[in-house]
Design a protein. Structure first.
Ligand code: SF4
Ligand code: SF4
Ligand code: SF4
Ligand code: FES
Lengths: 968, 72
């Protein structure tokens, strides 16, 4: 593979001792013992268990290799890495031979050279010689090795039996499989197993007849178990597995390291470029969150960034019944500022507000909330985290003092029992799921608390699985039952409780109450009490027990209570403050953690500093030069209510599609249409923009500098690889809007915004772009106490001193199944699509998920005479919609499931406005519904289609905006 | 004042009370609720509720009434 030198990130002082761009052949040894050996006369000290190949490579003695790669276990099939070792017979493969004290190795002499040439000759005799026109030309290990061993002739001729006319499989939209070029090194097979954990590929047949296969012989990649993560493509040393974008456009010429803008894993990538065009995204081995792996979204689905639907000119209109007018930036900003000022003059300071984006950078989010607080002069700021992880903020702050996950992703490799609650990592956090599966294959035990049989439960080669398939809405009952078992059976960590926690006795008395026993809760959770007891014991007895949770925990009327229940369990079992344990919220969007940290919530300034605290607020007032409101502002649902009531009139929304993502769509529609000025800043004319008066074109993650903070609190750099299509990055637009409003902002670069953040947020006080360049990434808190950041939190104490147990009684969800609505609907997401789908729907990821469907259990389907593919009407007390049926046993009977990736599905027309008691986070995970067969779309869908078509008419695209699409 | 908004606020208020009343007297719960409103609710929302209380607040529970009475 081509090695890139990136002066922006490499070659600085504190770089890791080893070169992340080099392939050392076999994985690093974890041993702390060392061994001394001699290779080609060079004496070396290396960790015990290191292969001879890796040891040599560390001394820059590069032994030819084909089947070895340092992210895969050594396999020893190509024999090219043969060496001679004093005292050993023959030519052992250096990749499978571990170093031994005193070993003397020779990697080059005539005999070895001859052997290697012979091997290469055999390979090449069955390989098409079209190097000059091959897509791998310039990036082919086979070519490199042929060169390195000095292959000059092929004596066998090329007309013997061969594989040269094997058929190409191009069924996957992003890469091709060209078997004629395959050298059967099995790196792809091993990458799929060891790195991705999917086991989609096998080597079929033996000897000469052996070939790579995706399942049965007539199956292609698309119809196999393949999830298109691309690990095999990256592992392939030849052009056999190759990105279509490279085949079409040729090899990239430079690369820049940046961060994926999809999910909360925050994978680092090398954006490999030709000029300003991204040719491919290659996961970066130096990225600490992903360590060189990625999923289909980050690696392949970047074409949306240059999709022809990108709107690149500002537009305004006075009413949503009018056509859009394309205007200059200055005009659009003056128009917006005028409207806001007039509305505030007429309806009061409180009548306007805004929403920050969890997809934009920290710096951009910070600026939007600053604009609202300083230029609008109120605290009506919120973010889409309201609808996903706001209960995490509330619940963790109350119990452990900081609203963030406590671990690194890597920590899971030290866990013995892993509890996954209301999360579906293989689909929503794929790269973390691969790591988790790796640990499960090593023998860790898995406990899944989820109504659905999630894919993680089908991990190949794992030992102990517990599935607690609880009824939606009964999380708190379940976590209490688990804690009840721990305490009543005396399995708690007494030492930890005594030293590190407060308010234990009251909680102990509460949890020991018989109503919390698994037996008493059985009728509520519908899970067998003995099953709960077994799982609870396994968790409590584990040396290291870790809890991972997702939106299945937070998006409930007792979301905050459940988060506290999880914290209780971790505290009671002493599972906090070291590797392998912890409380880990899996964040949905790329920068949910960051948008919360940056003060997007109405009651908290950046760094979770409450607006009512005079001392904390004073700091900001001084720095920003304004007086700030000392009362909490409106949250998103409160803004909607106030809009309908007529007291809230204008909104500035950056990078969020609230119409599609928020619950009770018809209510949101009513709210948005009551606004006198809706300013939408986005890369596409999204659903919310159909109701907008001003459209400010946004920029994609490829077009700006900044940082994202992932679910492990890791601040990763986002780097500009191309100019913003609409001239400005989002932070520049916010800055200009602020200036137009009369509150000056004059940042030259996002790094200056970060400096300001560091000066105001204690847990960021030592964060700077300079340090980010040096360290690659930083996990906050990063301050005087932890100058290099904090991979594991709460090691010695909590920010609030001791951890606090919280009393968490179970209350039934208000939206319960009843006669009229006998089924429970729960919503979620799938691997290939992302959130509202605005990005992924504009890529070939559509191939996997063209429409949202309703999954229904065979029993419920039978009862209603429903078959796969039937049109179903789904009705709740909020509204109704129509979706296609998919009969599936992943659901339990009584529960139906759908996703909300497509606007016309109207999944959120049915979700209600019932919400978490503490934070108003909507209860997406429980809606009582009825389902029946229908023949036509719902009234809402018909109306929405019409409205949407009308709005398209209003949007007349100017011809010069047509842009080419890349990456397809 | 719209009916739905009041309905929403009332049910949110009662919900907060119900999640914080374990083995507590109404007065104790009311204190927690009042504190929560002070910390997380915009003044306009609190005002709506105090006004509603002044108009008798038919849908409010005893705890909610006590809590609202404590608001500054
Ligand atoms: S793309 Fe990923 S899942 Fe598919 S075969 Fe390759 S490694 Fe396996
Ligand atoms: S497809 Fe590539 S990685 Fe897989 S066996 Fe063939 S050459 Fe090796
Ligand atoms: S979507 Fe998530 S897991 Fe996939 S590449 Fe991006 S950050 Fe990584
Ligand atoms: S690299 Fe060692 S046998 Fe292939």
């Amino acid at each position: 593979m081509v090695n890139y030198y990136n002066p922006a990130t490499e070659g600085t002082s504190n770089q890791p001792k080893f070169d992340v761009n080099k392939d050392y052949g076999t994985p690093a040894s974890k041993s702390t013992e060392t061994v001394c050996i001699e290779i080609d006369g060079v004496t070396l000290t290396v960790a015990e268990g290191t292969s001879v190949l890796r040891a040599a490579s560390m001394a820059d003695i590069n032994i030819p290799k084909l089947c070895a790669s340092d992210n895969l276990k050594a396999f020893g099939s190509c024999r090219l890495c043969a060496v001679q070792i004093t005292g050993m017979r023959g030519y052992p493969a250096s990749c499978t031979t571990p170093v031994k004290e005193g070993m003397v190795v020779t990697t080059q002499n005539n005999d070895i050279a001859k052997l290697r040439r012979n091997i290469m000759e055999l390979y090449i005799s069955d390989h098409p010689l079209d190097c000059l026109t091959c897509s791998s030309n310039g990036d082919c290990e086979l070519q490199d090795v042929a060169g390195a061993v000095g292959l000059r002739e092929v004596r066998y001729g090329f007309d013997g039996d061969n594989h040269l006319d094997a058929k190409i499989d191009d069924s996957n939209p992003y890469f091709t499989f060209e078997p004629s070029k395959c050298i059967t090194c099995s790196r792809c097979v091993r990458a799929c197993e060891e790195v991705q954990g999917t086991f989609a590929l096998t080597i079929e047949g033996r000897g000469f007849a052996s070939k790579v296969s995706a399942g049965t012989s007539d199956e292609n990649f698309m119809s196999s178990d393949c999830v298109s993560c691309g690990a095999c493509v990256q592992a392939c040393p030849t052009a056999t597995l190759m990105e279509k974008s490279v085949i079409e456009k040729g090899q990239p010429e430079h690369s820049i390291i940046t961060t994926c803008a999809y999910c909360g894993v925050g994978c680092s990538f090398k954006a490999e470029m030709k000029g300003e065009e991204v040719i491919r995204m290659v996961p970066y081995k130096g990225g600490k969150a992903n360590q060189g792996h990625s999923c289909v979204k980050g690696r392949f689905a970047f074409g949306y960034a240059t999709h022809k639907d990108r709107v690149t000119e500002p537009m305004v209109r006075d009413s949503i019944d009018e056509e859009w007018r394309v205007v200059s930036w200055d005009e659009a900003l003056a128009f917006s500022a005028n409207k806001i000022k007039n509305i505030q003059a007429k309806y009061g300071r409180e009548s306007v507000g805004g929403i920050t984006s969890s997809r934009c950078t920290n710096e951009e989010t910070y600026l939007v909330q600053k604009l609202i607080r300083a230029a609008f002069g109120n605290n009506n700021t919120d973010t889409c985290a309201r609808v996903c992880h706001s209960p995490t903020g509330y619940g963790l702050k109350a119990t452990i003092g900081e609203s963030a996950g406590t671990q690194t992703f890597e920590s899971v490799m030290k866990s013995d029992v892993i509890m996954v609650i209301g999360a579906n990592p293989t689909d929503a956090h794929p790269v973390f799921a691969s790591l988790l599966r790796k640990r499960l294959r090593e023998g860790a035990e898995l406990i899944v608390v989820d109504p659905r049989t999630i894919d993680l439960l089908n991990t190949a080669h794992i030992n102990a699985n517990h599935h607690l398939p609880l009824k939606p809405g009964t999380n708190v009952a379940m976590i209490n039952a688990i804690a009840h078992v721990v305490i009543s059976e005396g399995l708690e960590d007494k030492n930890f409780i005594e030293k590190r926690t407060d308010e234990y006795n009251a909680w102990r008395e509460f949890i020991l109450d018989e109503v919390n026993s698994p037996e008493a809760m059985e009728s509520i959770t519908t899970v067998n009490a003995e099953q709960i007891r077994i799982a609870a014991r396994a968790f409590a007895k584990a040396k290291n027990g870790a809890i991972y949770y997702g939106l299945g925990v937070t998006e409930h009327s007792q979301g905050s209570t459940m988060v506290m229940g999880i914290a209780n369990l971790a505290l009671a079992t002493g599972n906090i403050g070291r590797e392998g344990v912890g409380i880990n919220p899996l964040r949905g969007q790329n920068n949910v953690q960051g948008s919360c940290d940056m003060g997007s919530f109405p009651q908290e300034l950046p760094g979770y500093q409450h607006v009512s605290d005079d001392l904390l607020r004073g700091k900001f007032e001084k720095n920003w030069g304004v007086t700030l409101d000392n009362e909490p502002g409106l949250r998103i649902p409160n803004m909607f209510d106030a809009a309908i009531e007529g007291t809230f009139k204008a909104m500035y929304v950056q990078g969020e599609d609230i119409l599609q993502s928020d619950p009770n769509t018809q209510h949101v529609q009513a709210a948005l249409s009551s606004l006198e000025c809706l300013i939408v800043q986005d890369i596409f004319l999204n659903e919310t923009a159909l109701y907008a008066h001003v459209f400010l074109p946004g920029s994609s993650f490829l077009e700006k500098d900044g940082t994202f903070t992932n679910a492990e609190r890791r601040i990763n750099r986002v780097r500009k690889v191309m100019k913003p299509l609409a001239k400005y990055a989002d932070w520049e637009v916010t800055q200009k809007l602020s200036n137009a409003l009369g509150y000056p902002m004059n940042y030259e670069h996002p790094s200056e915004i970060m400096d300001e953040i560091a000066s105001l947020v204690p847990s960021f006080s030592q964060v700077s772009y300079k340090k980010l360049e040096e360290q690659g990434s930083i996990q906050w808190p990063c301050n005087e106490e932890f100058p290099d950041g904090s991979p594991i939190m709460h090691v010695e104490s909590f920010p609030i001193g001791n951890g606090r147990f919280a009393i968490t009684p179970y209350l039934a969800s208000e939206d319960r199944a009843n006669k009229r609505f006998p089924l429970l609907l729960t919503t979620g997401r799938i691997l290939s699509q992302y959130n509202v789908g605005a990005q992924t729907r504009r890529t070939a990821n559509q191939t996997w998920h063209k429409e949202d469907v309703l999954e229904i259990h065979p029993n419920d389907a039978d009862e209603r005479g429903i078959n796969d593919g039937d049109w179903l009407g789904i009705t709740s007390r909020a509204g109704d919609t129509v979706l296609k049926a998919k009969v599936s046993e992943r659901m339990q009977s009584g529960v139906v499931f759908t996703t909300f990736h497509h606007p016309i599905s109207g999944a959120n027309v049915i979700t209600t406005d019932s919400s978490d008691w503490a934070t108003n986070c909507p209860e997406y995970k429980v809606t009582a519904v009825q389902v029946e067969k229908v023949t036509s779309p719902s009234d809402w869908q018909t109306r929405y289609k019409k409205f949407s078509a009308q709005q398209k008419e209003h949007f007349k695209r100017s011809p010069k905006k047509e842009k080419t699409t890349i990456g397809r | 004042m719209s009916g739905t908004q009041i309905k929403n606020l009332v049910s949110m208020l009662n919900q907060i009370a119900n999640n914080n009343n374990y083995k507590k007297t109404d007065e104790e719960t009311a204190k927690i609720v009042a504190n929560h409103l002070q910390k997380f609710w915009a003044p306009s929302m609190r005002n709506k509720m105090t006004k509603y209380l002044a108009d008798d607040g038919p849908e409010l529970t005893n705890v909610s009434k006590l809590a609202l009475a404590q608001l500054k």
